[in-house]
Design a protein around this ligand. Structure first.
Ligand code: NAD
Length: 245
């Protein structure tokens, strides 16, 4: 157990899956959190194990405070440390505000923002004892720019940016860094649902003229996780092809 250990939430698919694999490639032991798709989580586990690191899968709904507390207990029974936490789990329930239900507002805030609070709360206890750790929160370009039809999602991501900066200030003197990554439009299941028309409009707003890949995001997370970024905390790293500038 000499390798560092990274917990990635929502790691059975999309960006989280690629972050888990990139962290394993870099030599981290990897803990894959998932909620629905156990088979997909086991496939990511197998891929990471082939890279020669230790891997664990843990099921927990990040929006459930007690479930996250139990998840961290389950992890610490196997791994004595968690060096990196990637708060990646997230959902969308898009609609114009006039048509957005209270339920859809609450569920997006609960998974994206409260989930980030729940995991940070329980994992930071361990990091405080260790006197070290790196936390990376998945924000979004729409948390910076806003987006029609995503009031719930963009509020959750703007909240994550405020949460990142506040916790970075609280934890800096304790050896724990907290940063956010703000992806633009990344080619995953979350964006696959967009129509070709919407995709063309989005592309016309991306200076680098392409959607991002999960690897683009994973490499930014890897940078913020490790010692190469040891003097960086409270930062929001845009991985968006220039959209937010
Ligand atoms: P995705 O749907 O492939 O991945 C999200 C993952 O989170 C899934 O594995 C899902 O099962 C998991 N998840 C959902 N609710 C959960 C819960 N309650 N508890 C635990 N896990 C849960 O989408 P993605 O594009 O890979 O998104 C990953 C993150 O990146 C999200 O936070 C998303 O908001 C953010 N993001 C994505 C894009 C994009 O263009 N794809 C852009 C900006 C930000």
């Amino acid at each position: 157990m000499e390798n560092k250990t990274a917990l990635i939430t929502g790691a059975a698919s999309g960006i989280g899956r690629n972050v888990a694999i990139a962290m394993a490639q870099a030599g981290y032991n990897v803990i894959i959190n998932y909620v629905g798709d156990r088979q997909a989580a086991l496939e990511v586990k197998q891929e990471c194990e082939q890279l020669g690191v230790q891997v664990m899968t843990v099921m927990a709904d990040v929006s459930d405070y007690t479930a996250v507390e139990n998840m961290v207990k389950e992890i610490t029974a196997v791994f004595p440390r968690i060096d990196v936490l990637v708060n990646n789990a997230g959902i969308t329930k898009d609609n114009l505000l006039l048509r957005m239900s209270e339920k859809d507002f609450d569920s997006v805030i609960n998974v994206n923002l409260k989930g980030t609070f729940n995991c940070t709360k329980h994992v930071s206890r361990l990091m405080l004892k260790q006197k070290s750790g790196s936390i990376i929160n998945m924000a979004s370009v729409v948390g910076i720019n806003g987006n029609a039809g995503q009031a719930n999602y963009s509020a959750s991501k703007a909240g994550i940016i405020g949460f990142t900066k506040s916790t970075a200030k609280e934890f800096a003197s304790r050896g724990i860094r907290v940063n956010a990554v703000a992806p633009g439009y990344i080619d995953t299941a979350m964006t696959a649902v967009l129509s070709d028309n919407v995709k063309q409009t989005i592309l016309s707003h991306i200076p680098l003229e392409r959607l991002g890949t999960t690897d683009d995001v994973a490499q930014a997370v890897l940078f913020l996780a490790g010692d190469a970024s040891s003097y960086i905390t409270g930062c929001v790293l845009n991985v968006d092809g220039g959209m937010a500038m």
